[in-house]
Design a protein around this ligand. Structure first.
Ligand code: TYD
Length: 138
């Protein structure tokens, strides 16, 4: 996968004076069926999360509260996304290295995932990630 496959998805927003509502339907607003949802919260200042890629897993990452940065690498290019709106989702396909940092205090990172949790799907070593990217280009 390439950095160009990573994109901000505008999540539909139903604005209302009583409070706004946003909705995500799997395979409708995002390019995969949702198998799993998890969230990061109570993140201490200066903390870094991520630091891995996935062989199959696709994700949508949302700053549901507060803000943080997501650094994405495809083995050739790097791109940094600053997420700070609950109606923007960052689509991250498989085989993209991700690092999350610069969490604002009280921020919450919500993630929709295309597969159940499987440690065997992780690539946690950056050099191994680069090797795998190289193999797929051969
Ligand atoms: P990890 O995916 O490495 O966190 P992050 O990328 O946000 O820094 O997961 C941290 C720990 O939580 C790791 O021991 C695996 C466990 N975990 C689960 O058990 N289930 C899950 O769905 C996720 C995402 C993580």
């Amino acid at each position: 996968m390439s950095i160009k496959d990573c994109k901000i998805i505008d999540i539909p927003k139903i604005t209302d004076p009583r409070g706004n509502l946003s909705v995500i339907e799997g395979s409708v607003h995002i390019p995969f069926d949702i198998k799993r949802v998890y969230y990061l919260y109570d993140v201490p200042g200066g903390s870094e999360r991520g630091g891995h890629a996935h062989i199959e897993l696709q994700q949508l990452i949302i700053a549901i509260s507060g803000s943080f940065d997501v650094i994405l690498k495809d083995g050739f290019e790097t791109e940094k996304f600053h997420l700070n709106r609950s109606y923007y989702g960052l689509y991250v396909p498989n085989m993209i290295w991700r690092e999350l940092n610069n969490f604002s205090s009280g921020s919450v990172c919500l993630v929709f995932a295309s597969t159940f949790y499987d440690e065997a799907d992780y690539i946690r070593d950056y050099r191994q990630f680069l090797r795998k990217v190289g193999e797929s280009k051969e």
